[in-house]
Every structure is written in C-alpha cells, then in structure tokens.
Design a protein. Structure first.
Length: 251
C-alpha cells in the first residue's frame, strides 16, 4: 500500500473518526484527508456528483490510478474482474456536474420553478424520514426556492405548488441524480448475461482504507509486543523499516 502526500497518522485519524459514522458523514470525513482545512459546512454543500469526484481523486492519491473490483454474474455467479482508470470516472462526473448549476429553473405549464441541486446536507436531513414518500416531500421542501408565473418577475405569493409542478421538479432532480451515478455495463464471458452494476466511490474507498488501517494496527500490535514500542514509535517508522522489523519479529 502506498500512501503519498497524506501522512499515515492523518489517514489513521480519519479512519478512526469515520469508523462509526453513517455513510453520508463518512464520505465527508474522508474528504477531510484531501482537504484538512475545508470547513465541514462547505463540504456538506457540495453536490453529490462533486463529492464523489473528490472521493475518486482521494482514492487515486492514496492507492493509485486504477480501479480494481470484482462483480458476480447475476445469472451464473461467474466472478468477473473489473479494471478501469479512475481519471475517466472522475472526468465523467466533472462533465455531469458542469451542466448541473447550483440553481436551476424548470418550466412547468404556465410556471417557472426555481430550485437548487441536492447536496450531502439535504441527504443527511432526510435520512430519518419515516418512508420514501415523506423523504421525497422533505427533499423537495429543502431544494425548492420559488415559483413564478411565466413572464412575471414576481414569485407566487402562495407557497403551495400544483402537484404537476412538484412532480416535474422531482423528475428533474432524479435525472440530475442519475447523471451523478456511475454504472458499469457488464457482460458475463461465460453466459453472455448483460447487466448494469452501480459503483459507489465512498463505499469502495472506505473498504480499502479499512483494510489498510486494520493491517497497520496489526503491525503496531506485533511490534509493540516484541519491542515494547508505542504506537507513535511504530507509525514514525518508514514503511520499509516497519516491514523489516515485522519480518524480524515474525521470523
Ligand atoms: Zn454469467
């Protein structure tokens, strides 16, 4: 494992903080490894696509430029190995986000509706909604800004929108969300089944960091037992020297 630029003890602190968190918070905590100075409120205000783009950038810095994963054929359970350049995934999210202005207008019948794109803060706010219907209503209430009769520069006085306008905005939000999704179109070499596999950058990166951190802590444990060193002593060693002492301790 090669950790460049970001110090091991910093990444370990990020892992420690993220361990018990909800995936939405965890994604933002991981981003603090990339941007330690960024206020949490600023990270929460990122669109979901931009958040994922930055998570992929972090993954490239930490573990290299190539995505490697496995998928299982839903028909014959054959295991497939996936490999893709992360820079391409990052670029596709960047392109989707460029068309995704923070605020958008949508024409619905004789109305112009203004709303903003969904951020991590919005998603966190609707996590506790009792059902999907309530979550959708809460999300709409958060991102809706105003509605005007077409050709007017005065917002409607009544906040209640026709159901058709709400449905149209929700459909547009779903489209924007879909543009921020990464899907791999896969075909099984055994049985030719074709399917689409979603890729979650946060879950993917988190699994890698978790494996890395547990391995690091196991080596701290081994060296502490054999040499009586403290955690800070072990982390201060270069990876090469740590591996050398581990081999001595285990050999
Ligand atoms: Zn198959």
């Amino acid at each position: 494992v090669i950790v460049r630029a970001i110090a091991e003890h910093e990444l370990l602190a990020v892992w420690d903080e993220a361990l018990a968190q909800h995936p939405l918070d965890r994604a933002l905590t991981l981003l603090t490894a990339l941007e330690p100075m960024a206020p949490r409120a600023e990270l929460r205000a990122l669109s979901v696509g931009e958040r994922d783009r930055r998570l992929i950038e972090l993954r490239e810095q930490l573990f290299g430029p190539q995505l490697k994963a496995t998928a299982t054929c839903p028909r014959c359970t054959e295991a497939l190995e996936l490999s893709a350049p992360l820079a391409e995934l990052r670029a596709s999210l960047g392109a989707a986000d460029a068309t995704n202005e923070p605020e958008q207008w949508l024409e619905v019948d004789d109305l112009m509706v203004r709303f903003r794109r969904v951020t991590s803060r919005d998603l966190a706010a609707i996590v506790a909604a009792p059902d999907a219907e309530a979550a959708r209503a809460a999300l709409f209430a958060r991102v809706f800004i105003e509605a005007r009769p077409r050709g007017s520069d005065q917002p409607l006085a009544t906040p209640a929108l026709p159901a058709g306008a709400v449905a149209a905005v929700e459909a547009r939000l779903a489209e924007l969300e879909a543009a921020a999704d990464i899907n791999f179109e896969l075909e099984c070499p055994q049985c030719r089944a074709a399917w689409s596999a979603p890729f979650d950058p946060c879950a993917y990166l988190w699994t890698e960091i978790d494996v890395w951190a547990r391995r690091l802590l196991r080596s701290v444990d081994t060296l502490a037992r054999v040499y009586g060193w403290r955690e800070a002593d072990v982390l201060a060693l270069s990876p090469h020297r740590r591996r050398f002492y581990l081999e001595m301790a285990e050999g």
